[in-house]
Write a protein that binds this ligand. Structure first.
Ligand SMILES: [Zn+2]
Length: 305
């Protein structure tokens, strides 16, 4: 029989564990996380900024949301004081990832991105969900060096490989792999915290998302630290779980769309039910996913029943 004392001890231990895990979650959500002696994930106004310190200065992946510049700078100088940002990657064109580009460019940083990211930042474009135009970014904010497929560079001893991810979230998503330190920045192609988002008006769609996640899985091993645009750092196993879930969603949506269902029908029929994640705005997700599927109808095959 379990003694009363033992029971009390167990429940105290349980409470302590619960308290500790909620504390570490909070710390993760609110602050900066040091991944290795060379890599810090900085809170850039809610979005992750990956900072690699080595060689001549910093290499950053994404610059943070507008108005978070001072906070990001403070975190960087706390990490390696006197060090300048040499190179800034943009994983895609969204403001949360490019909001402080001007600041780093003015201090001499080179900005590397996919060429379509530069294009989106260079023109006014329509945001259908918000029924408004987004203005082109000033020239000083735009990428200074673009590519189409893959590229690599050295920062001190570190090998940095980067490459295009086909239509996963926007039309210009990229990954950045810090090979020696084994940190992989994947932008908004993984979404452990927020609803997975598909900018269908750029061509992004769920098929592209799953394909891109497969490319990323091949770049990672069990020790790789995978950094998404928002939320906690992921292991390969956690990333694989999100990939498998998205593949399940893809398969369900293919089936429904072949039957002629729209987003409302899908929602009513419970297309997102029974999955290991919930959606904050399932209707928006399904609307965007359907728009993407209609745009890529040549890839979903006929309904042969
Ligand atoms: Zn985004």
């Amino acid at each position: 029989m379990v003694s009363r004392r033992q029971l009390l001890k167990d429940s105290a231990a349980e409470a302590l564990a619960l308290w500790a895990s909620s504390r570490s979650l909070k710390a993760q959500a609110a602050g900066n996380a040091r991944l290795t002696d060379k890599v810090l994930v900085v809170d850039g106004g809610g979005a992750n900024v990956v900072a690699f310190s080595g060689g001549e200065g910093f290499v950053l992946v994404d610059s943070g949301a507008p108005k978070s510049g001072d906070k990001v700078m403070a975190a960087l100088s706390g990490f390696a004081s006197g060090s300048k940002v040499q190179t800034l990657f943009n994983t895609h064109y969204h403001l949360d990832q490019t909001g402080n580009n001007e600041m780093f460019a003015a201090a001499g940083a080179k900005i590397i991105a996919h060429d379509r990211t530069r294009q989106w930042m260079s023109t006014d474009y329509w945001v259908p969900a918000e029924d408004r135009y987004e203005n082109a970014r000033p020239k000083a904010a735009r990428p200074t060096e673009t590519f189409l497929t893959t590229g690599s560079l050295k920062a001190g001893e570190e090998q940095i490989d980067y490459g295009y991810l086909t239509l996963a979230h926007t039309s210009g998503d990229i990954y950045v792999l810090f090979k020696n330190t084994n940190v992989l920045a994947v932008g908004d192609v993984a979404s452990p915290l927020r609803d997975p988002a598909l900018d269908w008006f750029t061509g992004a769609w769920i098929g592209g998302r799953v394909d891109s996640m497969d490319i990323l899985l091949k770049l990672a091993n069990d020790q790789t630290k995978i950094v998404p645009a928002y939320g906690p750092v992921m292991t390969k196993a956690e990333f694989k779980a999100e990939r498998d879930l998205m593949d399940e969603v893809r398969e369900r949506l293919f089936k429904q769309v072949r039957e002629g269902d729209g987003p409302k029908d899908m929602l009513e029929e419970g297309v997102l039910k029974g999955l290991a994640r919930t959606w904050k705005d399932p209707e928006k997700f399904l609307y965007d996913a359907c728009k993407g599927l209609w745009g890529h109808n040549d890839k979903i095959g006929p309904n042969v029943v």
